[in-house]
Design a protein around this ligand. Sequence first.
Ligand code: PLP
Length: 370
Amino acid sequence: MSAFIRPDLQAFAAYSAHAITDVQTQPARVDHLDTNESSYDLPTPLKEKLAWEYQQVIQANRYPDGGHEELRAAIANYASQAIAETKLRVTANQVTVGNGSDELIRSLLIATCVGRSGSILVAEPTFSMYKVLAQTLGVDVVSVGRDAATFEMDLAAADTAIATATTPVRMVFMVSPNSPTGNGLTPAELDWLRNLPTDILVVVDEAYFEFSQASTLAEALNRPNWLITRTFSKAFRLAAHRVGYAIAPSEIIAILEKVRLPYNLPSFSQAAALIALRYAPDILTTVAEVQTERDRLWQALQSLPGLQTWPSAANFLYCRPTTQRLDDLFQQLYARGTQIRQTGGGLRITIGTPAENERTLANLHQALES
Ligand SMILES: *Cc1c(COP(=O)(O)O)cnc(C)c1O
């Protein structure tokens, strides 16, 4: 490899969401239940509104609104609705938007760690992009484990890790509910986060907020070192448009605005997110169905011998085979047309349509019996 490339980058594999290797049988049809997207496309009338925006409003020759003014105000309004009883309101200057929340994670790493000694702390298994993005920026990752039964972060290990890290921990990433394990923040984890020194940024990733309806937003608004990230890629059914956002005190947001690329969010994606917020009740109708289906599938998986399944507050379930090899089960499911994610020593299954979930269940049944 050329000497001009950073040696540490040569060892990495490029990120691939759909890593399927060594499949003997290619299934005729595949249910894509491996990336936690919605199984439902946008309703046709909303797609038509978006097409109209493109034809009548968006000027293809002009750069997008680089300050995302309208979208930030609409996000602030949407986020405020869920904390209405606190009388707190999110303002537009407490919001920044990214090309997916992945861009926000990268901006956060740049703002806290890049160019000086600094590391991040994660509790694994968790969302893999924190580590991947940190590594591509040369930022150290301090990793601690989770309780084997509840997946609560090992708080004692986290304290030790922070006290002994060779590069100071500048940021802690927590996902609530966590991917891939589905558990929300526990009272002990919340207390631990509250007691962190304010020179560590606390990031709570609420990508699955609409499914859990649990949030630390109201608390985060009163803390100088807390930031919430969310996304339009999951409950809002807009994964194709790559829109994520962060909410934090305006001082932190102002820094992130400096760090991001100019015109980071195409006009078409801004228009899509605005329509999604305007018609949020129509789009989020699928959330209740997913919650019901998740609980139904969880009940059904509980009774499958050879499988341990955890409860989930998100749009996916996490399980581990107790007798079969993990990779065998994964491959067998794929061969039967159910593509899920193998991660963290288990399998993460996205909740799909009722028909997809039926096939998931039937395929799991057969795969565990074979
Ligand atoms: C899916 C997901 C996201 C969303 O990422 P985008 O870049 O906004 O699509 C963020 N965090 C977690 C934990 C996720 O599972």
